[in-house]
Design a protein around this ligand. Structure first.
Ligand code: AMP
Length: 290
């Protein structure tokens, strides 16, 4: 079996700028996959999607303190660089960008990107400041990497929508690709946080995707009224008593504003706690079922 080369590892601003500039000067398209590490198949599919539209792929691994609120899981967020290295190599990542917090946010670093009002609902309502943290780190990473194309996951639909808005509003010449959500066989969306779940919680966590599937099945049978689709999802969730929903909503595609009626391309978004773990998921009406 042929072994792919080990990705180049870069941890300085100057290093990533030179790496990227050299490739662009040679006429290669640079694809970028930002992550917080503890890689799973979902992250690796983003690499595949980046590779399909670029000549070289750089993945960043950085657990961004700015997007965690007080009392969230920053300190215990899972990390395993040796394993991430292997996985990235197995999928042909050309470079790993591994900045640290001191480099990204040196003392005195205080400028933040303010998202539009679409950041105040759903995840933003439960996690105040989260999306300002996300957009700030993505803005910095974009300026350091200067990619031609960047790939994000549909799993974090609101994040993808806000990044798309930022790139549009700030006129960045970066193409965005949003790749479909990778799932376990039973439907649970892959997440670095799934490892927090006990065996019993893991069994119940499938309730999120089951609820989305129930709503999507009803939609395929012709129901478009948001309230009824949401009710179908809630009824299904009742079969999973350990899953405590925070929100379940039918939303419009771009700004994720609540929708009264679900046309094709609208989404159902869900967030729930299973034990102490917070999980999110979504489905796009008219696209594959979870
Ligand atoms: P994270 O490391 O959780 O910050 O995620 C990094 C990127 O991977 C983001 O663009 C996520 O949306 C994406 N991602 C996370 N989980 C999945 C998944 N199950 N399927 C596809 N993309 C994912």
């Amino acid at each position: 079996m042929s072994r792919l080369p080990i990705p180049r590892e870069i941890s300085t601003a100057a290093g990533i700028r030179v790496w990227s500039a050299d490739h662009r000067a040679a006429g290669r398209r640079v694809g970028f996959v930002p992550t917080m590490g503890y890689l799973h198949e979902g992250h690796l599919r983003l690499v595949d999607a980046a590779r399909a539209v670029s000549d070289v792929v750089v993945m960043s691994i950085f657990v961004n303190p700015l997007q965690f609120g007080p009392g969230e899981d920053l300190a215990r967020y899972p990390r395993d660089l040796p394993r991430d290295r292997e996985l990235a190599a197995s999928r042909g990542v050309d470079a790993l960008f591994l900045p640290d917090a001191a480099m990204m946010y040196p003392p005195g670093s205080e400028t933040r990107v303010t998202p539009g009002p679409a950041a105040d609902r759903w995840e933003g309502e439960v996690r105040p400041g989260h999306f300002a943290g996300v957009l700030t780190v993505v803005a910095k990473l974009f300026h350091l990497v200067m990619p031609d194309v960047a790939v994000f996951g549909q799993k974090d639909a609101q994040q993808a929508a806000l990044i798309r808005a930022m790139v549009r509003d700030l006129d960045w010449p970066i193409a965005l690709v949003v790749a479909p959500t990778a799932r376990e066989e039973d439907g649970l969306a892959l997440s670095s946080r799934n490892g927090y779940l006990s065996a019993a919680e893991r069994a119940e966590a499938v309730g999120l995707s089951r609820a989305l599937r129930a709503a999507h099945d009803l939609w395929r049978r012709g129901e478009t009224e948001a309230a009824r689709l949401e009710a179908a999802a809630r009824v299904t969730l009742q079969m999973f008593p350990a899953v405590r929903p925070e929100y379940i909503a039918v939303v419009e595609p771009d700004a994720l504003a609540p929708a009264v009626s679900a046309g094709a391309g609208c989404l159902m978004v869900i967030a729930a706690r299973v034990g102490s773990t917070r999980l999110i998921d979504n489905v796009i009406f008219g696209e594959g079922v979870p």
